[in-house]
Design a protein around this ligand. Structure first.
Ligand code: FAD
Length: 480
């Protein structure tokens, strides 16, 4: 049993922050405050947990914001680096904590680790409580008629949309604090890149943290949401909420979003439905990951184990650098590099290009996204890559191969998106902006484009690549 600080003072509650970097609608924090005991807010940086470069930048910003907000309530945020299985028991001892509270995570490693930690702490007489904070519904709460998990999104959404979600919890107004606890300094964690500092594009558009999330939500609900159903597919406009990194890090809760949307003008109708349905895809991805943790690395459809992926390093590098010669793909990959985010429509096009035109294994693309996205999320990213590959649950069929030219012409008809991220094509006529190789020589010269010099020729021919991918798919299935 951990020692109490004094006979009169009750032992504190350690509140372990993880992917819930907020005070608003934070059930573990709310419960800790409700005990009336001193609260020790803790964040552990586990070196075993891989966090990509862009996400580390986000985490730094979110932690700064959380620290400032907590300081206003009383207790400072304590930062420690190491394995949670070492740090938590040691801290319990150090401060004589009687309880440890956290909000649940669903990644296979985190689930396993939390189970072990919970029983180790409980054995020592520490009260451990976990709460639901990151999803609309827990992965085991949404069940089919026969009591199992869902494999298909539409019935999952039908079931989820019947739930009634409790009102979000207000942030506590004050917390009693534990005195003089040593903490790491955030800047010593080196979450920000320095040599070189490549984050100017990220800083220009993002404000990590709770306040930034709230502003984005309000701006979206008052603005783009009305037209979300149509504009969400147009990458050249700000037609979506851009809440994904805030949701990933827990700067805001999905339940808060649900209630703000439903309570807004138009939010109870079609505009709100269309948006909340997308939000539910996030829950669905987590539902799949929780019930089938192997989807992180294994094909959901095991027949894809026989797919003849190609290890094409040069083509992979051209894809990462946004130099494939297909403007919509290149614009997306450069948006990702510059801003840490890519529009959903273009994520699908760029992923499809890597998997089908270049026949590179979807896992390699997923890893690149995890290193470069500010919203990199194991569940959503892996489920989405499998969805595009055709190997996933409820996936797009492999034989549906996006034509990057037609996709560009359909969703970026005036070429605004390409112009924004591929400046060397900015002066090209909209008619050719998605297929510069078909433009008359004079038009190219007038626009300052020299193919193969200022902008690459396509690294593969669409028709040839399509036939190659389809043949590989037929071979895999054993049809000849
Ligand atoms: P909005 O359209 O405003 O949607 C609101 C929220 O709903 C999003 O913030 C997100 O949390 C959720 N959402 C929207 N679309 C999807 C979707 N298709 N699947 C799951 N949830 C969705 N999203 C991530 O958050 N992290 C990832 O690592 C990630 N990787 C992806 C990889 C690929 C190959 C693809 C095709 C999609 C990926 N997505 C990922 C899903 C989607 O592209 C982003 O969630 C979306 O673009 C975020 O922008 P937004 O916040 O403006 O979305």
């Amino acid at each position: 049993m951990p020692k109490k600080t004094t006979d009169e003072t009750p032992g504190p509650v350690i509140l372990w922050f993880r992917r819930d970097l907020r005070l608003d609608d934070n059930p573990a924090l709310h419960a800790a405050a409700g005990t009336g005991r001193p609260v020790l807010p803790l964040l552990i940086l586990d070196p075993e947990e891989e966090i990509g470069g862009a996400s580390r930048w986000w985490l730094h910003g979110s932690l700064e914001a959380l620290s400032d907000n907590l300081a206003r309530l009383g207790p400072p945020l304590v930062l420690r680096r190491g394995a949670p299985s070492d740090i938590l028991p040691a801290l319990v001892e150090e401060v004589g904590a009687e309880a440890v509270f956290w909000n649940r995570r669903y990644e296979p490693r985190a689930v396993e680790r939390d189970k072990v930690l919970k029983s180790a702490l409980t054995e020592k007489g520490v009260e451990v409580k976990s709460f639901a904070a990151s999803l609309l519904a827990e992965p085991w709460e949404v069940e089919t008629g026969s009591g199992g998990p869902y494999k298909v999104f539409t019935p999952f959404w039908r079931a989820l949309s019947q739930f009634s979600f409790d009102a979000p919890l207000a942030a506590p107004e004050k917390l009693a604090r534990v005195k003089d606890i040593a903490t790491d300094r955030l800047k010593d964690w080196n979450l920000l890149p320095s040599k070189p500092d490549w984050t100017s594009g990220l800083r220009a558009i993002w404000e990590p943290g709770e306040e930034g999330a709230r502003k984005r939500l309000v701006a979206f609900v008052d603005g783009a949401m009305t037209d979300y159903g149509d504009a969400r597919d147009i990458p050249g406009t700000e037609g979506t909420s851009r809440l994904s990194p805030h949701l990933h890090w827990g700067d805001i809760s999905p339940r808060r979003i649900w209630h703000v949307v439903r309570g807004s003008e138009g939010g109870a109708g079609r505009a709100g439905d269309a948006f909340l349905r997308e939000l539910a895809w996030r829950d669905f991805a987590c539902h799949l990951l929780y019930h089938w943790p192997e989807i992180v690395t294994e094909n959901w459809k095991r027949q894809f184990d026989a797919f003849p992926w190609v290890k094409n390093d040069a083509a992979f590098e051209a894809w990462t650098a946004g130099r494939t010669g297909y403007p919509i793909v290149d614009a997306g990959m450069r948006q990702l590099w510059q801003t840490g985010w890519m529009h959903n429509r273009v994520r699908m096009i760029a992923a499809s290009f890597l998997i089908k035109h270049l026949m590179v294994d979807w896992r390699r693309g997923a890893e690149w996204f995890e290193d470069t996205l500010v919203d990199a999320d194991l569940a959503v990213n892996r489920a989405s890559w499998q969805w595009v590959a055709g190997s996933g649950a409820d996936a797009a069929p492999y034989f549906r191969i996006f034509n990057p030219v037609l996709q560009g012409e359909k969703f970026d008809a005036d070429g605004d998106y390409v112009r924004a991220f591929v400046p060397e094509l900015a002066k090209l006529d909209a008619k050719y902006i998605h297929k510069p190789w078909e433009a008359p020589v004079k038009l190219l010269a007038d626009a300052g484009v020299e193919l193969g010099e200022t902008y690459p020729e396509p690294i593969v021919d669409h028709g040839t690549a399509r036939n190659r991918a389809l043949a590989a798919y037929r071979d895999m299935k054993g049809d000849s």
